[in-house]
Design a protein around this ligand. Structure first.
Ligand SMILES: Cc1ncc(COP(=O)(O)O)c(C=O)c1O
Length: 392
């Protein structure tokens, strides 16, 4: 993180925010400026930047379900979940999500971010050691920061290191935390080994299945089902409704007593307005569609494998995808940014990951393999990336 060096106390109201300009200048010099771009509804670019893995966000079944929910229940949930913000539709979604994911119960939040903060803060206390993968998503890291627990940052995807940290701890309780699919490179966590390490160390396992739900496991039921760990008494998952399900919102999925505890104590559940009915309706519509068309999950994985194979054949450094995300290495943050901009000019939208989203020296383009991409679109994307790639 880039920190300004100014230490002088501001002398006038107009100077109070001067340090922000210094911070912006430092970010600009490091190639880390970020800007917002409004996306037109009929954007003609080929989209490999969104997280709409199954191509569902504009599916008529999803948009109609969202519209019907808004007409019936209104534009907002009207209050927090424990007051007026739980509609019959929220309950329906929670029941169907739990059934699909193979767990006792589910609880829907206004975002995946809020779900992660809830799980980490409510399932830990000062007598808990959290063992967190070094490459975990920012929302898990922030959950660790908010939790009043001890936190051990474990090396990436290293169950032996997790087992050691658990064995050496002084705290009676422990929680092992990992993404199931890491959002930048798209590699999967060693879930079976992590579960074994957690279990032998007397710890619970919390996994963030944001990039696994809808893509991994039979019919897209998620990484825990895929690993045979769904429904285990010591295992909890979080997920977002904003990626494969093409909607908005998040969820915690696990044993009934965990969900009861969250309802009664998770601050991002209690002090937050319930998820808007349109988003609940959209997620339910997408979930039902996925049940009816389970082949969408396998197609997303197939597109990712094809993309990676063709990018590698074109001489680019592509990751080996375990789900629907493929990354391509860039020499540095400026080059990554320029490469993504050149792709956009050529009609291809790709994600660009630079510090602080990724560690220094780790800038990447991030491509999402949507299930609805055609073979011709995959070839066009690869040709564009190869043509615009930074010269060594
Ligand atoms: C791994 C992971 N967890 C959590 C989130 C947060 O989910 P949401 O966007 O629903 O807040 C994201 C992405 O946005 C993510 O990639």
């Amino acid at each position: 993180m880039i920190e300004p060096t100014t230490t002088a106390r501001p002398q006038a109201p107009t100077a109070v925010f001067d340090w922000l300009d210094e911070a912006a200048e430092l970010r600009a010099r490091a190639g880390l400026t970020r800007t917002l771009r409004s996306r037109p509804a009929d954007d003609p670019v080929l989209d490999l930047a969104s997280n709409d893995y199954l191509g569902l966000t504009r599916h008529p079944a999803v948009t109609e379900a969202a519209a019907a929910a808004a007409r019936r229940w209104g534009g907002g949930a009207t209050g927090s979940r424990l007051v007026t913000g739980t509609t019959a539709l929220h309950t329906e979604l929670e029941v169907e999500l739990a059934d699909f994911y193979g767990v006792e119960a589910a609880l829907v939040f206004s975002s995946g971010y809020a779900a992660n903060l809830a799980a980490l803060t409510a399932l830990t206390d000062p007598d808990t050691l959290i063992v967190s993968d070094a490459y975990n998503h920012a929302s898990l890291i922030d959950g660790c920061r908010l939790a009043r627990a001890q936190v051990h940052r474990a090396p990436h995807a290293d169950p032996a290191a997790v087992a050691r940290a658990l064995a050496e701890r002084a705290e009676p309780r422990a929680l092992v935390v990992s993404d199931t699919v890491f959002s930048v490179d798209g590699n999967a966590a060693p879930l079976a080994e992590l579960s074994a390490a957690a279990r032998s160390g007397g710890a619970a396992l919390l996994v963030d299945d944001a990039h696994g739900l809808g893509v991994l496991g039979p019919g897209g039921r998620g990484a825990l089902v895929g690993a045979g760990l769904a429904g285990e008494p010591d295992t909890v998952a979080t997920a977002t409704l904003s990626k494969s399900l093409g909607a908005q919102g998040g969820a915690v999925l696990g044993p009934r007593r965990v969900i009861r505890h969250l309802v009664e104590s998770a601050r991002t559940f209690i002090f937050d307005t319930g998820l808007a009915p349109a988003s609940v309706g959209a997620a339910l519509g997408a979930l039902r569609l996925l049940r009816a068309e389970p082949e969408r999950a396998a197609r997303a994985r197939e597109v990712a494998a094809l993309l990676a194979e063709r990018l590698t054949a074109a001489g680019l450094h592509a990751s080996t995808p375990d789900a629907a995300v493929v990354s391509v290495r860039a020499p540095g943050p400026e080059q990554a940014l320029a490469w993504a901009a050149d792709c956009r000019t050529a009609g291809l939208a790709v994600g660009c990951f630079r510090p602080p989203s990724v560690p220094d020296g780790y800038s990447r383009l991030r491509l999402t393999a949507r299930a609805d991409l055609t073979d011709a679109q995959i070839s066009l994307a690869v040709a564009t990336l190869a043509r615009t790639a930074p010269r060594p």
